[in-house]
Each structure stands twice: as structure tokens, then as C-alpha cells.
Design a protein around this ligand. Structure first.
Ligand code: HAM
Length: 419
């Protein structure tokens, strides 16, 4: 039986990889420019990190984690997100002892056992950026500014930044009680899952897609009307700083985010070109996460960009595939050796050169050069080689010129690299 990839786990094929590399390279450039450093964290962690960090009563922890016992009976989970792991690494390696402020980013696969559909996979990639150790609202705005700048740099347009405040440990319980009281009246409209959520975690009802639940929640009280004075001041300052940076945003009082660790500022970037899975990025502040996972009292804020969704929005007219710079067409035994020698030299110079391995006819080699979309073809004919001359053909404008064999490498380098 033919073995296929696991459902919801995708191959990223060579003709798409240019987009991924471009996005990752741009993220590194932009984030490092903003003072962030890369961190690489393990794919698996102790399950407890996520159940405590993300929250027991979230969809991710309740239903979506890839959890298994290893051979020693330890419960491990394939990371469903990176924030909790990055916080753990900050604590474990006492990164705060050097400087309490850590600006970190991480790129890699995450795993959630969700129902696969367009834009929703079981293995998916995130670009994640976090700032640990700053509670000041200026950093909320700075992080959002970096995100929007990055999304524009990769060419995304028609995006909407949505923000909300989710309050804090002091004011959110009041909101939770208010919401619970309101929805208890409407519990007959709620699906079975949401009736359970009503007791365990009523905020999660906002994320339910069931029509009657959406109707029940439509006029529910808003968290923003319940936040305490300090949270209100914080949110106003975030808005002020966003305004100073000329960033457009809309207030979305119904956006509560799917993870429990959030406090105060929450944000999403959505694209209406994406269909139902329209969030390209989600993020926010989480001032209690470190304590939840058993650490110090460290504030934090960050975001994660879904790479598959981002890549599906890249400009369609941009070319991301790297074609060969040069194809060496060399029919005949002697010229074949010469092609091998020259190709090696070119590769060492970083020039993407191809030649024919099979000793095919000139015609078929030319066809392959065409198919591979090589920029140039170097024709090494037996007769020409004896005379010490070769032909270079520009495949775009079809012009041809003769080049001497001596000094060929330098001539090709100057043509191809400066072209
Ligand atoms: P999240 O909203 O769960 O937040 O995920 C962030 C982004 O990852 C989403 O906006 C979406 O683009 C992408 N994403 C999530 N699940 C899937 C999936 N199954 N398939 C494809 N893409 C997906 C977090 O993960 C938080 N850790 C973000 C954060 C960082 N908050 C603070 N710091």
C-alpha cells in the first residue's frame, strides 16, 4: 500500500519553498532590526506546561493537543504554540539575570488536532515574537507596529488590525460573572459544548461557530465595559501610541482570543481574502502566564503569525522560484567532463548551474534548459571546445555570443552576477 502523509500534515514542495524562505528571511531581518533575537525551543514539552499555561478549559488543551506517554511514562505534548515554551526557557535559563527585558522570536511547526480545512492544519507553522519583562503599554504598540511593518514588507495588503482589552486578574472575574449571568438566561440556546463552557469558561462561548450560540452571545455584555481603571488607562495609552505611529485599527469588543493566558491588550490581524479561517495573526499581553507556569512575576506580550495563511496571501505576481542561472549543454564525452569541471567551479562561486548527467543529445539538453527556465545556456560543442571557444545564449532575449575558454569562469561570473 502506498504510504501517504498524515491528514492535516503537509509537504512544502520545492516550487513553494521560495515563498517560505522569503517570509522567514524577511521576518529575521525585520525582527532583528527591532532588537529581537532568535530562540529555538523543543517540539515537545511536558504536557503540564501547556495545560497550566494555555488553560485547562480551552479548546486547545481540552481537545487539540497531541499528547502521549513516552517510554518512561512521562506525559509529553507536541507544542500547540510557542509562547509557553519561550516563557519556560526564559525562566529555566534565567535570561532575566542578564537583562529583565528579553525580545525573542521563534519560527517553526506547531501541532493541533483540529479538523483540517483550508487554512487549518494539524501541523502548521508560526512565526512568533515575544517581549518578556515589560508591562508598559508602549511595548504593546511597538510589538504591533513591528508586526504590521513586517506584514507590509512581505507585500500583504487589505489587512485589518483588531484590538481589544481583556482586563486583568482583578476585573476579569467580574466580567466573567456578568457574562455567565447573562448567558445562563439564554442557556436553552446554547449547544452542549457551550453549556459546559458556561460553567468552566464562559468567555470561550465567543469562539463557538454554532448559529444559536452566536445569536445568544450577540448582545452579551462586553469585557471593555467591565475593565478596571488601570486596565482602561493601559488600553488608552496603547491606542495613543498606535495613533502616534499612524496605525489604523478597529476595536473589536467581541475578540477574546482562544487561550486563557491573555490580560489587557489582545489583537488579531485578519484578512477578508482568507475565508472562514481569516486570522493571519493573533497576539496579546499575558501578565500572569509566568506565574501560572510556576515562575516569577514577569509581564509579557507577543504574537504569532500563521505562515500557511500568510503565504496564501502573498502577491501573486511576485516570482519566488529560483531557476538555474546557467545550463551547460555539453553533448559528447570530452565536453561532458568539461561541463562537470565548470559546474563545480560555478557552484563554489554560488552560481546555480545545471548540466546534463546522462549524455543526452544537444537538442534534448536544450529542451531541458528551457523547461528549467535557465537564464543562460552555455553550449560546449566538441569542435568549439577544440578551438577554445564556447557559445553563451541568453534565454530571455535569445542573443548569443562567443566566449574564449580561458578566463571563462570569470567572464561567466561577471555576466551572471552583474546581470
Ligand atoms: P493563535 O491565535 O492560537 O495564537 O494562533 C496564531 C495564528 O496561528 C493564528 O492567527 C493562525 O494564523 C495560525 N494558526 C492557528 N492554528 C492554526 C491551524 N490549525 N492551522 C493553520 N494556522 C493556524 C497563538 O498561538 C498564541 N501563542 C499567539 C501569541 C503569542 N500570543 C502572545 N504571544
Amino acid at each position: 500500500m502506498e504510504i501517504k502523509a498524515i491528514r492535516g500534515f503537509n509537504d512544502i514542495l520545492p516550487d513553494e519553498i521560495g515563498k517560505w524562505q522569503f517570509v522567514e528571511k524577511t521576518a529575521r531581518e525585520v525582527f532583528e532590526g527591532f532588537g529581537f533575537s532568535e530562540i529555538r525551543i523543543p517540539i515537545a514539552e511536558r504536557t503540564e506546561l501547556f495545560s497550566r499555561g494555555i488553560g485547562e478549559a480551552t479548546d486547545i488543551v481540552e481537545k487539540e493537543m497531541y499528547t502521549f506517554a513516552d517510554k518512561s511514562g512521562n506525559f509529553l505534548t507536541l507544542r500547540p504554540e510557542a509562547t509557553a515554551s519561550m516563557a519556560r526557557a526564559y525562566l529555566e535559563h534565567q535570561l532575566y539575570s542578564f537583562d529583565p527585558v528579553a525580545k525573542l522570536y521563534c519560527i517553526g511547526p506547531m501541532f493541533r488536532y483540529e479538523r483540517p480545512q483550508k487554512g487549518r492544519y494539524r501541523q502548521f507553522y508560526q512565526i512568533d515574537a515575544e517581549v518578556f519583562g515589560v508591562g508598559n503599554p508602549v511595548v504593546d504598540a511597538e510589538v504591533i507596529l513591528m508586526l504590521i511593518h513586517f506584514l507590509k514588507r512581505v507585500g500583504l495588503e487589505k489587512l485589518e488590525l483588531q484590538i481589544n482589552s481583556l482586563g486583568c486578574r482583578d476585573c476579569r472575574p467580574r466580567y466573567r460573572d456578568g457574562l455567565k449571568a447573562y448567558l445562563t438566561e439564554k442557556s436553552f440556546q446554547l449547544c452542549e459544548d457551550c453549556r459546559r463552557r458556561l460553567q468552566a469558561n464562559p468567555l470561550r462561548i465567543f469562539d463557538c461557530k454554532v448559529q444559536t450560540c452566536q445569536e445568544a452571545i450577540a448582545d452579551a455584555p462586553k469585557v471593555i465595559d467591565f475593565i478596571c481603571d488601570e486596565c482602561d488607562v493601559h488600553f488608552n495609552r496603547v491606542k495613543e501610541y498606535l495613533g502616534m505611529a499612524d496605525l489604523d485599527y478597529i476595536l473589536n469588543p467581541r475578540m477574546v482570543r482562544g487561550l486563557d493566558y491573555y490580560t489587557r491588550t489582545a489583537f488579531e490581524v485578519v484578512s477578508y481574502d482568507l475565508g472562514s479561517q481569516n486570522a493571519v495573526t493573533g497576539g496579546g499581553r499575558y501578565d500572569n502566564l509566568f506565574q501560572e507556569i510556576g515562575g516569577l512575576d514577569v509581564p509579557g506580550i507577543g504574537f504569532a503569525i500563521g505562515m500557511e495563511r500568510l503565504i496564501s496571501l502573498l502577491p501573486k505576481d511576485k516570482e519566488f522560484i529560483r531557476h538555474p542561472d546557467l545550463f551547460i549543454a555539453a553533448p559528447g564525452k570530452e565536453t561532458h567532463k568539461e561541463a562537470y569541471r565548470l559546474a563545480n567551479q560555478l557552484h563554489i562561486e554560488g552560481i546555480r548551474a545545471e548540466f546534463d548527467y546522462e549524455g543526452k543529445s544537444l537538442k534534448s539538453q536544450m529542451r531541458r534548459a528551457d523547461k528549467l527556465k535557465a537564464r543562460y545556456v552555455l553550449i560546449l560543442g566538441e569542435e568549439e571546445l577544440k578551438k577554445g571557444r564556447v557559445v553563451l545564449r541568453n534565454m530571455e532575449d535569445k542573443s548569443q555570443e562567443e566566449l574564449p575558454m580561458d578566463n571563462l569562469l570569470n567572464l561567466l561570473k561577471s555576466k551572471i552576477i552583474h546581470d
